[in-house]
Design a protein around this ligand. Sequence first.
Ligand SMILES: Cc1ncc(C[n+]2csc(CCOP(=O)(O)OP(=O)(O)O)c2C)c(N)n1
Ligand SMILES: CC(=O)[C@@H](O)[C@H](O)COP(=O)(O)O
Ligand SMILES: [Mg+2]
Length: 626
Amino acid sequence: MNRVQNFLDKVNTPNVCKASNYNELEVLAGEIRKYLIDKVSITGGHLASNLGVVELTLALHNVFDTSKDKIVWDVGHQTYVHKILTGRANEFDTLRQYKGLSGFPKRSESIHDHFDTGHSSTSISAALGMAKARDIKEEDYSVVAVIGDGALTGGMAFEALNHAGHSNTELIVILNDNEMSISPNVGGMSKYLNRLRTDPKYVKVKDEIEQLLNKIPAVGKTMAKTVGKAKDSLKHLLVPGVLFGELGFTYLGPVDGHDIKELKIVLERAKKIKGPVLVHTITKKGKGYSFAEKNPDKYHGISPFDVKSGKTLKKSTKGEESYSSVFGKALVNIGQKNKNVVAITAAMPTGTGLLDFSIKYPERFFDVGIAEQHAVTFAAGLAACGLTPVFAVYSTFLQRAYDQIIHDVCLQNLPVVFCLDRSGIVGNDGETHHGVFDLSFLTSVPNLTVMAPKDGKELENMLEYAVSLNKPVAIRYPRGTSQDFTSISNNYNISSGKSEVLTDGQDVCIIAIGKMVKVAYDAAIKLLDDNINCKVINARFAKPLDKDTLIKECKGIKNVLIIEDNLIKGGFGNKVLELFNEENIKCDLKLLGFPDEFIEHGDTEILMKAYKLDSNSIVQYIKGVL
Ligand SMILES: Cc1ncc(C[n+]2csc(CCOP(=O)(O)OP(=O)(O)O)c2C)c(N)n1
Ligand SMILES: CC(=O)[C@@H](O)[C@H](O)COP(=O)(O)O
Ligand SMILES: [Mg+2]
């Protein structure tokens, strides 16, 4: 039997972790690493974070039984090992593919996945909820939250630590500390953890205190109590984890997160401790694959790559540029001319394209950690004092700062520029990451201008317009390569609420926004073969709507189609529908977008086709109604 089959047979053996001794677990760790590298090199995925938790996951499955004990994985991008050990190793050829294995925990996928995650910093809250439910229902199982040092910079994590700390609930929080978020971690908490990791004084002092206090003869009850109190207060004062100790947690660590034996001992101990426990493990992101160890940022979320060279396989897209790159370059140019412009990221400088700006203008660049709510109100503070903050953020992650957008920015009409990258379908990350709600949640906020560019050049011009608008404004654009309409249109003048008529025609009118303009244009070209002449309007603004143009251009056209890569509910099309109703515009209006459901994971093109939002489906629809 071949090596892979042996491996699969081994990991598919029930309770393989419990039945294995330390040496067998060490061997299994090596086999899992090889399997992960081989599989993710083909499908792409979150390699570095998973390589970093191989031993931790083995130890967790050795000490706990996830058919009854509950583990909540923060973000959940590091659960490939957990999935391998819970009967899904055979499915890794379908990882993050349409109808295949999710890249995140899914309760619908396995009884061993106890909470769906994808957005950061939720694990301790969810785990505390589970622990409380267990106690109320008088059930008996362990609850464990595994949270990274990056995710610990998220506000929710602090809220949950605060609540859990003095709730006296049995809860184990494992802090997987690898000094990395996607990029090197930031902030005071990261510095504190760094001291715990590296300062030998802490560890030395702890031992000395223990020895000293143990020497004091505990005579009589009073003395014993005093010695005990002195021990506790000195321990808290001088030894690691004082911050967590003050919050009511028993701190255990720092522990070598790659030493299965040490991990097992500490986890067994944590299991027996009354009340909340925080186990601080030290791991290396990308461990066991030299390219990922050297560059954990690049291998955090990696596309298919060659194992030997570590190089990604994607075809060189000469001349094609991502929207993130177009945005990043445009902001550097703006930053050169306008010293009031400052840039903010929530722990994603690379993904949002802000790296160049951070290097060129470090004094005007802020990485706030995984703290989108703080980022928005921090931006409001900057704007209230005369600066023009540009917050670059993935659409899906901005969802958690909705109140801050309303309450701290738009209510005061402050000039904050929101640049929503990864709007629309993002593809393989699936439900927790698609940016398909922003046209709904942003267009309902008073004072906020909402734009979406048809191509890279229009994004550049919209950004110029936005930073000079001196009001709240959002620009949303998709993941991936930017379009280029410069050979088709020379109209790139962005002015308030004005849309653009891209092609003329009287048979049908398609009103499209952002990425969907290319879909509409391609459909219009295809329909010419059937002598159907489409008018394609590039809306540009989801708010304010270009009322005059939309009414004038749709006059006399029976069939009007509105297409958006957003949920239909409350989306851009709904806003046009409201306008047409208010203006009593009579036509057959059809809204195309995503239905009222969560969109699963898969390649973007496959998902767009599945939801009939590709140009061929639009052609079929129009031919069907004419
Ligand atoms: C609310 C939110 N913001 C941003 C992200 C993007 N993101 C995914 S993983 C990650 C870094 C997580 O760092 P850490 O928790 O230390 O995990 P590690 O990858 O180091 O194991 C970030 C910023 C997210 N998933 N959720
Ligand atoms: C797990 C997580 O939230 C991020 O790593 C996200 O997957 C990055 O997405 P992109 O690959 O689109 O940058
Ligand atoms: Mg980390």
